[in-house]
Design a protein around this ligand. Structure first.
Ligand SMILES: [Fe+2]
Length: 239
C-alpha cells in the first residue's frame, strides 16, 4: 500500500503549508508531492519555497510560478490572465519584486510534469491540464469531457491543481483528482485543502481540510501593503 500526500496551489501561504505538513505528519504520511503554484497571492513566497525545498518535496511548476519567472514577453497575458484585475496585477508585481534569486532558481528547476509508478498504478502530475499549464479542468465538466481528457493520458490517475477546488472523479476505470488549494481555497471553505491518496488494490483518495493561523497570513498581507481584500478572500475561501 502506497500512501501519498498531494499538495497544490500553496501560493505563498506559509502558515497554511505549516499546518498541512503538521497534519501530514500526524496522519503518518511520509511521501509528499506538490502540483505547482508555490508563489503568488500571499505574502510568504520565499519562506514557502524554502520550506518545500528543505522538506525535499518533489513537484512540478505552476502557471503563477512561470509568470513570476517571466521567461516569456507577456507573462501576465500568457500565463495569468489577459484581463487581470488591478488587484491581481498589484499582487503579481509585489511577488515579482519579492522573490529572491534563490527562490527563482528553485522555481526554475521544477519540471512541467511528472509521471510516477506506485505499485500497479501510474500517476500523471500536471498543474492545469496535460493540454496546457493554464487550462482549468473544472469540477462542473460533464463526464464526456473528463473521459476525453483522461483518454489522452496514458496513466491511470491524472492529478491536476490550478482551480483551487478539490475533485475526486472516477471515469471509465481512470481517475481525475484535484487536491484543492493549500494556500487559497476557492470552494467557499477557507480551511487549507490537500489530498491523501492511498494506492493498494484499489485507489482511495480523501480530501483533508486543515485549519491554520489565517490571522498570521492576513497580518502579513497588511504589513506588506498588499490589498486588504486578499485577506478577506482568504477568510471566505473565494474571490
Ligand atoms: Fe495555477
Amino acid at each position: 500500500m502506497n500512501r501519498l500526500a498531494i499538495l497544490s496551489d500553496i501560493h505563498g501561504n506559509l502558515p497554511a503549508l505549516e499546518a498541512v505538513l503538521d497534519d501530514i505528519q500526524a496522519q503518518g504520511l511520509k511521501e509528499i508531492y506538490h502540483l505547482g503554484d508555490l508563489v503568488g497571492y500571499n505574502p510568504f513566497p520565499n519562506e514557502t519555497v524554502a520550506l518545500v525545498a528543505a522538506r525535499e518535496i518533489p513537484g512540478i511548476t505552476g502557471n503563477y510560478d512561470q509568470a513570476v519567472l517571466a521567461l516569456v514577453p507577456d507573462p501576465i497575458g500568457e500565463l495569468l490572465n489577459a484581463r487581470i484585475t488591478p488587484m491581481g496585477k498589484e499582487i503579481y508585481t509585489w511577488t515579482v519584486q519579492a522573490v529572491t534569486a534563490r527562490t527563482k532558481a528553485f522555481l526554475l528547476a521544477q519540471p512541467r510534469e511528472r509521471s510516477l509508478a506506485k505499485g500497479k498504478w501510474r500517476l500523471r502530475l500536471t498543474h492545469g491540464s496535460p493540454r496546457h499549464i493554464r487550462d482549468y479542468v473544472r469540477p462542473s465538466w460533464p463526464e464526456d469531457l473528463v473521459a476525453d481528457l483522461l483518454s489522452e493520458v496514458e496513466e491511470d490517475i491524472l492529478l491536476t491543481g490550478h482551480t483551487h477546488i478539490p475533485v475526486i472523479r472516477p471515469v471509465n476505470g481512470k481517475w481525475l483528482l484535484n487536491p484543492g488549494s493549500v494556500g487559497f481555497p476557492k470552494d467557499g471553505n477557507p480551511l487549507a485543502s490537500y489530498m491523501i491518496l492511498e494506492l493498494g488494490e484499489k485507489v482511495c483518495p480523501t480530501i483533508r481540510r486543515v485549519p491554520y493561523d489565517i490571522e498570521r497570513t492576513i497580518a502579513a498581507i497588511r504589513e506588506q501593503g498588499l490589498p486588504a481584500k486578499a485577506g478577506e478572500d482568504l477568510r471566505v475561501g473565494r474571490r
